[in-house]
Design a protein around this ligand. Structure first.
Ligand code: ATP
Length: 277
């Protein structure tokens, strides 16, 4: 569905993208993670056709993104709403620009107002909304024309738990309907909930790509045993096997046991630690 191959982008002395390649299939949610400055926002803006790469190619359903605008929905990291019109007017405007009319447009607006809990402020001007309300409105604008490719750049930054959950539920629904989704976040547990595959960006490239299980396999977990005289802690790639082995060899009574399997946060930290900015 989305094919980005060998993308490069330079801002003066900064190489923001450095040969970045990414494929996203139909119905796939890709969690795009990486250090600040890794190139995620630059990538998203190029995939949306809002920014031109210096080199490489992007195809959305085989088409250049600039000509595939009505198939793409983007919720940018920085809010981009018109201050003086209401949320409903935004949805009518962007739905209309993508060719939606009449009942079809009204139906999708009703659905989004409910799903993203916009009822309370849908008829208020965007400039008067709180930060979290603006984020929800921005997500609704990205979703209103049922895009085939959805680009969500930190959509839950600063959102309260209810808002976050509502957004995650809508994203899962859209993926079930076949949309391809790129979801940029620093909140890694969200990607587990979305059952997203993960793409790790670093210095303008994707340096790791796979399911969270595949990526976490590389990381060590930990086993901790507590004794009356102190504790013993060891890193391991197979915590349960290590525990069985340690218990069989223990010379003192064991007073407590803790197993820690690696999490997505460990993955993020390990890659961030390897970053050489
Ligand atoms: N318009 C611009 N002009 C100059 N440099 C830019 C511009 N946009 C991005 N950069 C630089 O390009 C690099 C990649 O930035 P980008 O915003 O794509 O990173 P990011 O991964 O989205 O970061 P974050 O997690 O902080 O949002 C950074 O070094 C940034 O300073």
């Amino acid at each position: 569905m989305l094919d980005a191959i060998g993308l490069t982008k330079r801002y003066g002395a900064i190489q923001a993208l450095d040969g970045l390649t990414l494929h996203v299939g139909d119905g796939e949610i890709v969690g795009l993670v990486g250090h600040n400055g890794a190139g995620k926002t630059t990538l998203v803006s190029i995939l949306a056709g809002l920014n031109k790469p210096d080199g490489g190619s992007v195809h959305v359903d085989g088409i250049d993104p600039v000509r595939a605008r009505d198939r793409i929905g983007i919720a940018p990291q920085h809010i981009a709403l018109y201050q003086s019109i209401t949320v409903r007017e935004h949805l009518r405007l962007f739905g209309g620009l993508a060719g939606l009319r009449g009942r079809a447009l009204a139906a999708v607006i009703t659905e989004l107002v409910e799903a993203l809990r916009l009822t309370e402020f849908v008829d208020r001007r965007a400039g008067l909304l709180s930060g979290g309300q603006q984020r929800r409105a921005q997500a609704a604008v990205a979703l209103v024309h049922r895009p085939r490719l959805l680009l969500l750049d930190e959509p839950t930054a600063g959102a309260d738990p209810e808002t976050r959950q509502a957004l995650l539920d809508v994203v899962k629904d859209r993926a079930r309907d076949g949309a391809s989704i790129i979801y940029t976040t620093h909140y890694l547990p969200e990607l587990t909930e979305l059952r997203a595959t993960i793409a790790v960006a670093q210095q303008g490239r994707i340096i790791a790509r796979g399911t969270s299980a595949e990526l976490l396999d590389r990381l060590a977990g930990e086993v901790l045993l507590r004794f009356d005289v102190g504790e013993y802690r060891t890193a391991t790639h197979d915590p349960s096997a290590t525990l069985v082995d340690l218990v069989s060899r223990a010379r003192y009574p064991i007073r407590g046991v803790e197993l820690r399997t690696p999490t997505l946060d460990d993955l993020y930290r390990s890659l961030a630690a390897a970053d050489v900015h």
